[in-house]
Design a protein around this ligand. Sequence first.
Ligand SMILES: Cc1ncc(COP(=O)(O)O)c(C=O)c1O
Length: 384
Amino acid sequence: MEDRIRLFRPTFGDAEKKALCDTIDSRWVGRGPQTIKFEERFSKYIGSSYAVSLNSATAALHLGLLCAEVEGQEVLTSTMTFVSSTEAILLAGGRPVFCDVEPDTLNISVDDMARKITPTTRAVIITHYGGQSCDMNSILELAAEHGLSVIEDAAHGCGGSYQGRALGSMGTIGCFSFQATKNMTTGEGGMLVTDDESIAQRVRKLRWCGITSPTWERFKVDQVQRGWMYDVEEVGWKYEMNDLAAALGLAQMDRLEDCNQRRRELMDRYRRAFADIDGIDMLASRDYAVSSCYNAVVHLDNREGLFTHLDTCGIDSNVHFYPNHLFRIFRPYTTHLPVAEREWQRILSIPLYPDLTDGEQDRVIDAVRVFAHADTDHQSAVAG
Ligand SMILES: Cc1ncc(COP(=O)(O)O)c(C=O)c1O
C-alpha cells in the first residue's frame, strides 16, 4: 500500500533541530534575541524598513487594520481569502465590503474595487492568492486617488514578487503567515512589515498588552532597572512571537529560496502535464508576477468528482477558499459576487510542497489524467 500523499508538508532538517535545541539550551525562549534577529533579517529580505514579529498573520491583519483606523469605516476585501483575514476587519471595528475576483487568478478584481469605493472607504485588504501578486500598479493608483491604506495579505506570498518588488513591501502594511502549511513555517507565527515608523512602534506595543518596553530590553539595557518599570498607554493583545518560533524562522529563511524554486518546478510540471487535457486548467499566471507557488489549483467543472477520485487514490486535496461573503457571520455584509460564486465550485488545490518527489507528483498527475478521461467518457455517454 502506497503512502498517502499530503496536500502540504513542511520542509525541516538538522538546521531547524539545532536552532530549536540551541534556543532551549540558552534558557531564553520568550521574545528575545532570536526574535530581534529574525525581524532584522526578514525586513532586509522583504525590503521594508520595519518588521514586527507576531504569533500569526491574523494578528498582523488585526493590528494593521487598527493602525489604519478603520473603526466605523468600510474596508474593501476579496471574498476569496481565509476567513481570519475578513474577521480581522470586524475585530478592528470596520465594515467589510466584499469584492469579486478575477476568474483566472482568483485575485481581487480592481474593477469591482473601483465600483465599491464610497466616501467611507478607509482601507483595502488585498490577498495575493496562492502567492501570485495582485495587479499592484492599478491597486496602488486607485488607493492613492482615494486616500486608502493598502494592507497586503501576503500570507501565501513569502518569496513572491511583482515587477521585482517583494510581495508585502508595496502597500502601507504587509502581513505574512508562518503557519504550518506556509512557504516557511514557525509552527504558528506571523510578521507585519511597513515603512512607516509610527505604525511599527504602535504594533510593537499592541502585540504585548500595550506595554511600552519588552522584558528582554529591560534586562539587557539596564540590569538595575526594575522589571516592573514599564508603562501601558492603551489596551493591547498577547500577540508576540517567542524565540523558539523565531529560531525556527531563521533556519527556514536559509532554505526559503531553494524551497520556492522547487515549488516553481513542481508547478511547471503540473502545467505541462495538464496542458493537453480539455476541461482541466491550472490557475493562470501573470507576466508581472513571480509567484511563491503556495498552492497548486486545478480549475474544472467536476470538482467534487476529482476530490473523491483523488481521495480513493490516497491523495489529499482541498478547496481554498469558501467565499467569505457566504459565511453566516458575514450575512449583514453579503452581496452578489458572480465570479467567485461560480469559480469557487470549480477549484481544487492538489499536493504541492518542496519535498514532494517527482514520483509522488507523477502519482497525482496520473490520478488527475485518469479521472479526466473517465469523466470525459462519462459526459460523452450522457450526451450520446
Ligand atoms: C490568505 C490568508 N490570510 C491569512 C491567513 C492567516 O494566517 P495565520 O494562520 O498565520 O493567522 C491565512 C492562513 O491560512 C491565509 O491563507
